[in-house]
Design a protein around this ligand. Structure first.
Ligand code: ADP
Ligand code: ASP
Ligand code: MG
Length: 409
């Protein structure tokens, strides 16, 4: 029998009414003759609430204890959904990450999935049961501790299960009816895409389009799992995330996105000698802090300034670490700026068209938006700007590249 993995996000399970609605969608799939595994997130707002609780006690919380607290939200949802299905007369069973053998590394609060053993899933499916699995959580076997997969991690749970269990498709049900050319909450006239390549979706997701967690797209791409993004409230076609095809290359810019969860650190008057950058960034990497854009100024009198961006959630820890490193390497000050955002344009067509970045800079300049940092890759250009201009930047870039079309002249 074909297997389908369905995933419902926080707003889709935000109330008992909505959980009953999800149960109906799942039951329908079962009635159509599919084997079904459902992954759910915590109820809307619950993960934020849990994070605030631990932050209230300690802003520089221990990530192990953070995982212990925030992983509980999903456990409530799976129990409720399994019960709703049972009440409707369906045979369902809920599982935590541990119970399905969701093995991760030990990077608490942003763990990576290593393997899914899945014995209990296989057994339950064989018995005809609907499996309801907690998203976002796993287990680090060396310590037996609960881990979580980073914000939005239930998407990754779902796609990883689809890959491990060789499902035909992974359906991600959410509060929008697909992937748009920009966040439809920011750009009212954004267009829904029928399909998008893994590469583009991966860039959009890594650059802030929270409709899918970027690691879920990585899994999809690596294991060739088709991901379908659909509305949990309406039955209509969604967006298919799949392998690149010829048609997709015709479009230069497929999407515009932004990420406000960014912060900038500047270390001033860093001695300009070999090994210094390695000292700084090795130390951050050893503490599991991902660094994104890095800019080093031209050095004057043997000293230079280094700026880089980190996730806002890592800022406190990164700032502390940089203060220590800066003493060791005899730099001057460490400045932290939370009020920045990254805006990006993404498209596989950028590979074969020149002038796209220049047009982006010009569009921002025409709107008096100053660019603080720039980074480019084959299929994207990103700029760091003042956070207060984020929505404006997304709208004007969307107007220029997506609405006016792809003329880069
Ligand atoms: P869920 O709780 O279902 O996981 P999320 O809030 O994580 O849902 O993701 C869905 C949200 O992603 C949408 O409500 C939308 O505001 C946002 N979003 C950002 N960029 C895009 C985009 N390009 N297309 C669709 N949605 C987007
Ligand atoms: N509940 C988690 C979060 O809010 C995971 C998820 O929703 O995907 O980030
Ligand atoms: Mg999400």
């Amino acid at each position: 029998m074909s297997l389908v993995v369905m995933k419902f996000g926080g707003t889709s399970v935000g109330s008992i009414e909505k959980i009953k609605n999800v149960a109906k969608r799942v039951a329908k799939k079962k009635d159509e003759g599919y084997d079904v595994i459902v992954t759910v997130s915590a109820m809307a707002g619950e993960t934020d609430r849990l994070i605030n609780l631990i932050k209230e006690i300690e802003p520089k919380y221990d990530p192990r204890e953070y995982d212990m607290v925030v992983s509980t939200g999903e456990q409530v949802s799976i129990g409720l959904l399994a019960q709703a299905l049972k009440t409707m007369g369906y045979d369902a069973i809920s599982f935590t990450g541990f119970q399905i053998g969701m093995i991760t590394d030990g990077a608490h609060s942003k763990a990576r999935i290593k393997k899914i053993t899945g014995e209990r899933l296989r057994q339950a499916l064989k018995e005809g049961k609907i499996c309801v699995v907690a998203g976002f959580q796993g287990i680090f076997p060396e310590t037996g501790d609960i881990t979580t997969l980073g914000r939005g991690g239930s998407d990754t749970t779902a796609v990883a299960i689809a890959a491990a269990m060789k499902a035909n498709v992974c359906e991600i049900y959410t509060d929008v009816d697909g992937v748009y050319t920009a966040d439809p909450r920011i750009v009212k006239n954004a267009k829904k895409l029928d399909k998008i390549s893994y590469e583009e979706m991966l860039e959009l997701a890594s650059l802030g389009a929270k409709v899918l967690q970027s690691r879920s797209v990585e899994f999809g791409m690596k294991y060739g799992v088709d991901i379908m993004v659909l509305s949990s409230f309406e039955e209509k076609p969604g967006t298919l995330v799949t392998k690149e095809d010829k048609d997709m290359e015709k479009v230069i810019v497929s999407g515009v996105t932004c990420d406000k969860n960014q912060a900038k650190i500047t270390i001033t008057e860093v001695p300009d000698r070999p090994g210094i950058a390695a000292d700084i960034f090795e130390e951050l990497a050893n503490h599991n802090i991902n660094v994104d854009m890095i800019v080093q100024n031209v050095s004057t009198q043997g000293k230079t300034d280094i700026s880089f961006t980190v996730a806002q959630t890592d800022l406190l820890r990164a700032h502390e670490l940089c203060k220590k490193i800066s003493k060791k390497i005899e730099a001057s000050k460490v400045l932290a700026d939370e009020n920045i955002a990254k805006v990006s344009i993404v498209g596989v067509g950028m590979k074969s068209h020149a002038g796209v970045a220049a047009k982006m800079f010009k569009t921002l300049a025409e709107n008096n938006i100053n660019i603080q940092m720039i980074s480019t890759s084959e299929i994207k250009t990103s700029c760091v700007i003042d956070e207060k201009f984020t929505e404006l930047a997304v709208r004007v870039l969307h107007d220029k590249f997506v609405r006016e079309g792809d003329d880069v002249s």
